[in-house]
Design a binder for this molecule. Structure first.
Ligand code: TRP
Length: 465
């Protein structure tokens, strides 16, 4: 595990890294997942807890992860090994690579739906099924067709592979620099459309007026888990992107910018979606189908809905693409650094493997829908293991590694590089970061983790009955 990195690529500019990392963070998590879990968990109260989790756990762990990458200039496995010379810690990086395989194999399926829905929107199909029940049925009719699911899944994987194939500057950085501003503008347009709908106020109330009775232990754990997912934390994606960064860029400032952009985009998406959902009197707690079942019906009822429906699904696809490339890049960087593969071969070969790995998940919406273990289908199992077990475990181990194994005496001089002025002016920031990373985040993540195991237990009980 020794890498020689004269030829290792780097970001072309500071802002290139921030765009790419924000592109990784902002994705289906913000536009598809955040609104529906906020909708199911009381709206504003959930949003508040989520914001606190982002600030006190998300940001410190994000900084730690980027720093691990920048210091070592390696993929997750190489990074842990370089700093610890320990096989155990290298295998922690290995868990991240495995999580990358798994997450992309189901993420790209949902992203495929988004692309399929661009076609639905353009063809005007939403006007044939304007009522939510009918729209939901139309959705089920689409996913029950294995060719529809597999076709768009494959198409989306090919787009992801092309960008990663092209490399850091010419692929990931350039794609993010073009797509992120488009995403931002489209979301703002959609938010303005939402805010100007009659009855939009109710949606805003839902998003901003907390109902404290809705906050429970499980809300907190859910919010923390989502903080990880939405910031792409816990499996080395941010570490890998950080590994293409140079020492004169400030890690804490970049971290803050990424968190800021990701949070603003989630809130804007929330405003765009809830104003629309309330304006036409739909249920905000519709679950994972929220955007696919209900939004087509929302669009057909709003003036200009045809155009806005097309814009929306384009936006969703772009957001998913800038995230999926970060997942494939983790896997590719491992095989390039440690196994000496050529980037081009790695991008194509690993992309195909991930597609094949995803086939059973895609088919669990149709042919394999009866195949269940512990009452979960294949798609749910992969999502559960990766998102609820591997990510929190990864986040916990990253915090412990930086705070306790790598050690602050070595960490701090590295963190200061590129951020000297910030820490000279605000020396207390370092103290906060150390405290959060050393105690707060390991303890809190541990509880999230227990919660995941608790879920597992419930499922096992169900099975035992
Ligand atoms: N953060 C992305 C989203 O919100 C998804 C994502 C990309 C991700 N890379 C990741 C999640 C790495 C966890 C780990 O959609």
């Amino acid at each position: 595990m020794n890498g020689m990195d004269q030829n290792r690529e780097k970001w072309g500019s500071k802002i290139g890294f921030v765009f790419a990392a924000a592109g990784s963070a902002i994705g289906l998590g913000n536009i598809w997942k955040f609104p529906y879990i906020a909708g199911e968990n009381g709206g504003a109260s959930f949003v508040l807890v989520y914001l606190i989790c982002i600030a006190i756990i998300g940001l410190p762990v994000l900084i730690a992860e980027i720093l691990l990458g920048r210091t070592t200039q390696r993929n997750p496995v190489g990074a842990f090994y370089k700093l610890s010379q320990s096989k155990f810690w290298a295998s922690v990086g290995g868990l991240g690579v495995i999580a990358g395989f798994m997450i992309l194999s189901f993420y790209a399926i949902i992203a495929g739906w988004a692309i399929g829905y661009i076609v639905e929107a353009i063809s005007g199909n939403f006007y044939l099924w304007p009522e939510p029940a009918a729209a939901a049925q139309h959705f089920r009719d689409l996913v029950i067709n294995p060719y529809w699911i597999l076709g768009y899944f494959a198409f989306f994987m090919i787009l992801t592979m092309i960008i990663v194939f092209a490399g850091i500057q010419k692929g990931i950085e350039r794609a993010s620099k073009i797509m992120m501003p488009i995403l931002f503008i489209l979301l703002i347009i959609l938010m303005i459309r939402g805010l100007t709908l009659e009855g939009a106020g109710e949606g805003l109330d839902f998003l901003w007026n907390p109902d404290w009775s809705k906050i429970s232990a499980s809300t907190i754990l859910l919010a923390l888990g989502h903080a990880f997912f939405t910031l792409s934390l816990g499996m080395g994606a941010m570490l890998t992107y950080g590994s293409y960064m140079s020492d004169d860029d400030s890690v804490p400032v970049a971290g803050l910018q990424i968190v800021f952009l990701d949070t603003v985009m989630a809130l804007i998406a929330g405003m765009a979606i809830f104003t629309a959902v309330f304006a036409v009197g739909l249920d905000p707690a519709a679950g994972p189908g929220l955007i696919f079942h209900t939004l087509p019906g929302v669009f057909v009822k709003m003036p200009g809905g045809y155009i806005f429906s097309i814009l929306f699904f384009i936006l969703l696809s772009i957001a998913a693409l800038t995230s999926s490339i970060s997942l494939l890049e983790v896997v590719v960087s491992y095989f390039v650094d440690e196994r000496k593969w050529k980037r081009h071969n790695a991008a194509i070969f690993l992309g195909i493997i991930i597609f094949l790995l995803g086939v059973p998940s895609a088919l669990s919406f149709n042919i394999l829908s009866d195949f269940k273990i512990f009452n979960l289908n294949f798609f749910d199992i992969v999502d559960f293991i990766a998102s609820n077990i591997l990510l929190p475990l990864g986040g916990l181990l990253i915090s412990v590694f930086v705070a306790w194994i790598w050690g602050f005496d070595k960490v701090i001089p590295n963190l200061r590089k590129g951020a000297e002025r910030l820490f000279d002016n605000y020396p207390w920031l370092l103290g906060f970061w150390k405290f959060f990373l050393k105690f707060l985040s390991p303890v809190l993540i541990f509880f999230v983790f227990l919660h995941s195991i608790g879920l597992l237990e419930k499922i096992l009980n169900l099975f035992a009955q």
